[in-house]
Design a protein around this ligand. Structure first.
Ligand code: GDP
Length: 310
């Protein structure tokens, strides 16, 4: 990409898309095409086709998706599979028809099998059964990255994919029913502090292990891949480091400055027991994450406090 390349960031208001836009602007890319959900419904094929014909973007970051945490995935599986399949199919096909230069599709590490070998290498994909709590989303995301691979194989389109690990950052979803664990715990623990509550309930046993990457690092990794990678296989983006949900809760408790207790609600599901990426492929390409977990949570906590004041 050069600084004046026309770049479409699909999903620019979300956690991921907004971070990509911040990163591109920081690096001096000055010709971004951004459409809100109201201006362009990516589920509608005709609208997507017209948009591509009119705007002719050269590069596409496909960061638009219907996303949610463990509870939302369980309650709305039909919406998760349908909306994600439609968004991917429409954007990837329009990108092909309009001969764009390059597309980066963003998946998620939940595409990997529940009992994948850990840390998870890229070639673990489709090697076993998926985790049932996010199967619908995972199947849609797998279809998206396979579409990129097959369009590359059959037509030579330069469509690549990356699989970011669990992300956190500004503009995350802090709704307790649909959010992921990081924003949920930041909110729960902050509210417990403000309301002098004696304890905070954390779902599950606290034992699952997860890896967390700040979205600003993820965005930097995505721009790096757009500029440096043309391979057929997807690439993991993560830290390669993991933390238990219990220790995450304790870390957030410390950052928030909350004195109460953390208790576990074992009626709620744990989901997959361990999920950490092998990031050697990306490291070998020349990229490594930068924001340490403690600093990243501190940054998001400050953002959250500011956003609740508005
Ligand atoms: P996952 O990584 O796909 O399982 O999605 P989540 O981020 O939603 O959940 C990660 C882990 O955190 C699971 O073991 C959850 O049970 C646990 N967890 C603990 N408290 C919460 C909470 O308040 N919200 C969410 N979403 N997960 C929680």
């Amino acid at each position: 990409m050069n600084k004046s390349s026309k770049i479409f960031v699909a999903g620019h208001n979300g956690l991921v898309g907004s971070a990509i836009v911040r990163c591109l602007k920081d690096k001096g890319y000055n010709n971004l095409v951004l459409k809100s959900h109201n201006e362009l419904d990516l589920i509608n094929q005709k609208d997507v086709d017209s948009f591509f014909i009119k705007e002719k973007p050269e590069y596409v970051f496909l960061a638009a998706a219907k996303v949610g945490g463990i509870y939302a995935n369980e309650i709305y599986p039909a919406d998760f599979i349908y909306e994600n399949l439609m968004i991917e199919s429409n954007v990837i096909k329009a990108a092909h028809d309009n001969k764009i230069r390059k597309l980066l599709f963003l998946g998620s590490t939940c595409i990997y099998p529940k009992f994948a070998n850990q840390p998870i290498k890229e070639n673990e994909l489709l090697s076993g059964e998926l985790e049932e709590t996010n199967e619908a989303y995972a199947i849609a995301k797998i279809a998206g990255l396979e579409m990129c691979r097959f369009f590359k194989r059959q037509y030579g389109d330069n469509f690549i994919s990356c699989m970011p690990t669990n992300l956190y950052g500004p503009n995350d979803n802090f709704d307790l029913n649909t959010s992921h664990v990081m924003p949920a715990l930041i909110r729960k623990i902050h509210e417990a502090k403000v309301n002098n509550k004696k304890e905070v309930e954390v779902w599950g046993t606290g034992k699952p292990l997860r890896e967390f990457l700040h979205v600003d690092d993820m965005a930097d990794g995505c721009v790096f891949l757009m500029n440096n990678y043309d391979g057929e296989q997807h690439v993991n983006i993560g830290t390669g480091e993991e933390i238990s949900i219990k220790n995450l809760a304790l870390l957030i408790k410390k950052i928030v400055g909350y004195d109460g207790d953390i208790v576990f609600d074992s009626k709620m599901k744990d989901g997959t027991p361990r999920k950490v990426c092998d990031v050697n492929k990306l490291n070998e390409l020349g990229w490594k994450y930068n924001i340490k977990l403690h600093n990243g949570i501190d940054n998001v906590y400050r953002w959250y406090i500011e956003s609740t004041k508005k």
